[in-house]
Design a protein around this ligand. Structure first.
Ligand code: PEP
Length: 253
């Protein structure tokens, strides 16, 4: 069972090589080795290799923002799970709403990517979330159950597998205004119940974590992580400066 809270930074397509290295070096200096918080960073693919070298020897885990669902072949522009492994990746963000929105990523693709990540022992962080219209139409629970089910149904979770579901309400990402923590907790409960409908409860307890993402910063983070069902956070904007990201980690210790 993994009781550690998880804090993952999604650097999106925002930092080039020099900036990524500067941030990685800053984080390595500031994040204590013996922390109960599990920390991950997800740079752009082009910076993965040098960032891996920069954070070596720390407890910062390297992650990617995407992967492809085949091992190898004629898939121009894609990156395979074994390529990510070779670069030192231990986790991968899958199905981020920006990819669903701008790159046509479907639930079926999310499913295939999750499956192959697990087969390669890379921890998938599967993003789910409703958009504003869906929330206003009171369809949030339906959307979430559907996305989680389609992503994970039929996936065999093995003893040491670790999976993360990130609840990210699309309408608050990058807005600077996080969702009300009680509303997030409600959706986390819906996700947990969906996972229990798909897997034995011990598997959900031992192998899954459910985290929140959407305009998290050091001022609001504990209003989420203080909730029992919120087991960490996925951070975009506030992960791009070492001090801001470290303040989030320190706030929840
Ligand atoms: C994200 O992109 O996953 C995210 C949570 O972004 P932000 O923290 O900027 O809302």
């Amino acid at each position: 069972m993994n009781n550690n809270l998880l804090v993952v930074g999604n650097w999106k397509m925002k930092l080039g090589l020099k900036e990524s290295l500067k941030l990685a070096n800053g984080l390595k200096k500031k994040i204590k080795r013996k922390s109960k918080v599990e920390v991950g960073i997800c740079p752009s693919h082009s910076s993965l290799y040098p960032v891996a070298a920069a954070v070596r020897g720390s407890n910062i885990k390297l992650g990617a923002q995407n992967l492809f669902w085949e091992e190898e072949g004629a898939f121009t522009g894609e990156i395979s799970p074994s390529m990510l492994k070779e670069l030192g990746c231990e986790l991968v963000i899958i199905g981020h709403s920006e990819r669903r929105q701008y790159l046509g990523e479907t639930d079926e693709m999310v499913h295939k990517k999750t499956r192959i990540a697990l087969e390669n022992k890379i921890m998938p962080i599967v993003c789910v979330g409703e958009n504003l219209e869906e929330r206003e139409d009171k369809k949030t629970d339906f959307i979430i159950i559907n996305q989680v089910t389609k992503a994970l149904q039929g996936i065999n979770v093995e003893e040491n597998d670790q999976l993360v579901v990130a609840y990210e309400p699309v309408w608050v990402i990058g807005s600077g205004q996080a969702i009300n923590p009680e509303d997030a907790e409600h959706v986390h409960r819906v996700i947990r119940q969906t996972l229990i409908d798909l897997n034995p409860k011990e598997v959900v307890d031992n192998n899954f974590r459910i985290i929140y993402g959407g305009s998290v910063d050091s001022d609001n983070v504990t209003s989420f992580t203080d909730k029992k069902l919120i087991e960490g956070v996925l951070v975009g904007g506030a992960s791009l400066k070492a001090e801001k990201f470290v303040n989030i980690i320190n706030a929840i210790k």
